[in-house]
Design a protein around this ligand. Structure first.
Ligand code: MSP
Length: 522
């Protein structure tokens, strides 16, 4: 048997100081679509997400909530698992940094770094932003009107002076630059890559990797006064989850190095600079790729708690429908760019691309088959050039969508699939099966067969993006569960004439503004 291809994709692990919002849903959604696509494409997939539970920020949030950090993280981590279910995420694992498997891995990588002379004891004095869990040089800070200093992210900083272990990051500058040079696809999109390269060229300082002024963290092996810096702890999750330090284990060998770490642009530096440096310093292989996506604004405004405009994924699902939201988030913005969420563009896409283009196509074809072909897959006669063209365009989607998704160009993948949805609608109008019903029933059956078969192919491709709606379409075509992967796109999975079909039902309803909402919107 041929060894199956492996694909390991990760989301950032989310801080448990906050309830899940659109930013969390977005990063994980992108990974979910890739994981689902790769599974359908014959890969053994490992899709990891989880929660980042240590550090000062979480400790503070627990204090504010009046509970101990462990009970606090248990509760908030549960909210992230609930979000994954609500968004239909297909993660294979969910890691929490408070789990023993992770603590063991983080301490093991620490020890490895110590053994290799990459960590030394010193003392840190400088600025720290708890909100970012990051150290900043004074030159990076700006002064507010009230005299307080803030980090480039806008986070307030505080002065820290304490004994600390340091990682010899400065020694890795040249090797990192060589690594970026020899792995041009390591950082995407390219504009982000340039940012990282110039940051590293600018010189790297040794990095403080332990703290002594609080204790909610993983103990430094052999020095219980210190807890590990939360980013060293957190980044390690990607290897703890595949079994590190058991580097000989089957899971580790199969899935490390990770194929893709998906992150937001704000946390790229940690993933593209510190993480490969830690790994190389520990004698481990760095990941293959880090993709930094952009940020959403809400109706043109920066999203922030203080503005009260945080977008809660549950509200979107309730209002627009889950698959509609999944589609919109990946279709609206070229992945990698910042994007604006607006009710208007959501409704335009739901009613245009989903209800009119895709939904209507399915509805028209399936109800014509129900009415005119005894509710069974029609029997085709000889195919014309136009029939073959449409079918081939649908089959050839694989060769076009695969590279788009390998480049994380979700918007492009969807646009490509929709070019065939539109071609199918043009075909229906030109072939006019409703007229053939009176003049040439054999040709009508052929046209409806070609359309049903095109819809089958389209629905197989829309599965990763819209799993529920696509399943409903495939159910209506009586496609068996085991015949829904990419190996069955062409003839191998073709519909069999005469197969009875269930009664059709609509898939993408139009969004109709309720009186109240319309009124309040003016
Ligand atoms: N705990 C760290 C990651 C550690 S990974 C080893 C962290 N957690 S987070 O909870 O703050 O992560 C938030 C994620 O959501 C980031 O990828 C961030 O870019 C993303 N977003 C937060 N707000 C966002 C928007 N408004 N829009 C899109 N994504 C945004 O960072």
């Amino acid at each position: 048997m041929v060894a199956r291809k492996a694909f390991y994709v990760t989301t950032p692990i989310y801080y448990v100081n906050d309830d899940p919002h659109i930013g969390h849903a977005y990063t994980t959604l992108a990974c979910d679509v890739l994981a689902r696509f790769k599974r359908l494409d014959g890969y053994d997939v490992h899709f990891l997400t989880g929660t980042d539970e240590h550090g000062q920020k979480v400790e503070k949030a627990a204090k504010m909530a009046g509970v101990d950090p462990q009970s606090f993280t248990d509760r908030v981590s549960g909210n992230f698992r609930a979000l994954a279910r609500a968004m239909n995420f297909s993660n294979d694992d969910f890691i929490r940094t408070t789990e023993p498997r992770h603590v063991r891995a983080a301490q093991a990588i620490w020890q490895k770094l110590v053994e290799r002379g990459e960590i030394y004891l010193g003392s840190y004095s400088g600025w720290y932003a708890v909100r970012d869990e990051a150290f900043y040089a004074e030159s990076e800070l700006t002064k507010r009107e009230d005299g307080s200093l803030v980090a480039p992210s806008g986070a307030p900083v505080e002065w820290v002076e304490e004994p600390s272990y340091f990682f010899r990051l400065s020694a890795w500058q040249e090797r990192l630059l060589e690594f970026y040079e020899s792995h041009p696809d390591f950082i995407a999109p390219p504009s982000r890559r340039n940012e990282v390269v110039s940051f590293v060229r600018g010189g790297l300082l040794d990095l403080s990797v332990s703290r002594t002024s609080f204790d909610w963290g993983i103990e430094v092996p052999g020095d219980p006064d210190h807890v590990m810096y939360v980013w060293l702890d957190a980044l390690t999750n990607y290897i703890s989850a595949v079994g590190y330090p058991d580097t000989g284990s089957e899971t580790y060998r199969k899935f490390w190095p990770a194929d893709l770490h998906m992150v937001g642009k704000d946390i790229l530096r940690f993933h593209a600079v510190y993480w490969p440096a830690f790994l190389m310093a520990a004698g481990l292989e760095p990941p293959r790729r880090v993709f930094a996506h952009g940020w959403w604004t809400n109706e043109g405004q920066k999203i922030s708690k203080s503005l009260g405009n945080v977008i809660i994924p549950y509200d979107l699902i309730e209002r627009y429908g889950l698959d509609q939201v999944r589609y919109f988030l990946l279709r609206e913005v070229p992945f990698g760019n910042d994007g604006d969420f607006s009710h208007r563009s959501m409704v335009t896409r739901i009613n245009g691309e989903l209800a009119n283009d895709y939904g209507n196509l399915c509805q028209r074809v399936l109800s014509m088959i129900a009415r005119n072909c005894d509710g069974a897959v029609p029997t085709p006669a000889t195919l014309t050039t136009e029939d073959v063209e449409l079918l081939s365009a649908a089959e050839a989607l694989l060769e076009r969508v695969r590279p788009a998704l390998d480049a994380q160009a979700f918007h492009e993948a969807l646009e490509t699939i929709w070019s065939v949805v539109r071609a199918a609608n043009v075909y229906v109008d030109r072939q006019a099966p409703w007229t053939l019903r009176k003049s040439d029933t054999e040709r009508m059956a052929t046209v409806l067969y070609v359309l049903a078969e095109t819809i089958r192919r389209l629905a197989i491709f829309t599965q990763p993006f819209m799993p529920d709606a696509s399943a409903l379409i495939l159910d209506q075509l009586a496609v068996p569960a085991e015949a829904r992967d990419f190996s069955r796109i062409g003839e191998a999975g073709a519909l069999t004439a005469g197969t009875p079909l269930p009664k059709p039902s609509g898939v993408f309803p139009r969004y109709v503004e309720s009186e109240d909402a319309a009124g309040s919107r003016g």
